[in-house]
Design a protein around this ligand. Structure first.
Ligand SMILES: [Fe+2]
Length: 193
């Protein structure tokens, strides 16, 4: 019994609060910021030439992730605000790299706060799924599903993401396999191909 209490004491964290400006869909609490520019997205878009043109034009920020990180031990939750800017590479809508979780069975919950988009998901066995991301929609990404968000709108697509702190990011498999679907904006219409 004393061993159990000792273990809990060693892992005990202090409770804390995070502030989110729900109107602007921004964290107001200091956090860890990850920035992905167009040049970080090489290899992900169908039109590699169009991406190079975008990079040459100033290499704009593609998306930002504002993370509240906790110790990567079982039982903890980490969370972030993901902000994906609108735009196209050729005709393909801006998207995140996408990833599996390193601990493959871990799920993730996305609450869309602002903008419009699609959560594109796939499994290693070839299953594909899409879910609509629009303010108020909460998308549940079960374990084993690789996930990528895609901005189909004209303003930033912002979502709150919550996931087990131990989940980790496996980008490598997506870099080699890609996703079996792409989302294009053609003559103002959203087209999946
Ligand atoms: Fe994830």
């Amino acid at each position: 019994m004393s061993t159990q209490v000792g273990k809990v004491a060693a892992e005990l964290m202090a409770p804390f609060t995070t502030g989110i400006d729900l109107e602007r869909a921004e964290l107001v609490t200091p956090c860890h910021r990850v920035v992905r520019r167009a040049s970080d997205m090489r290899g992900h878009y169908a039109d590699a030439e169009a991406l190079e043109v975008l990079i040459a034009k100033g290499d704009p920020v593609h998306y930002e992730v504002f993370e509240i990180l906790t110790p990567e031990t079982r039982g903890n939750l980490s969370y972030c605000i993901s902000k994906l800017y609108p735009g196209v590479v050729g005709e393909e809508c801006f998207m995140t790299k996408g990833h599996y979780h390193t601990v493959a069975q871990t799920a993730e919950l996305y609450l869309a706060l602002r903008g419009e988009g699609i959560m594109l998901m796939k499994t290693a066995e070839g299953k594909v799924d899409t879910q609509k991301m629009v303010r108020g929609n909460m998308v549940y990404v079960p374990g084993y599903w690789a996930h990528r968000s895609i901005n189909t709108g004209t303003e930033p697509l912002v979502s709150l993401c919550i996931y087990p702190a131990e989940a980790g990011h496996n980008y490598g498999d997506i870099e080699t396999q890609g996703f079996p679907r792409r989302i294009y904006k053609r003559d103002g219409q959203i087209v999946m191909a």
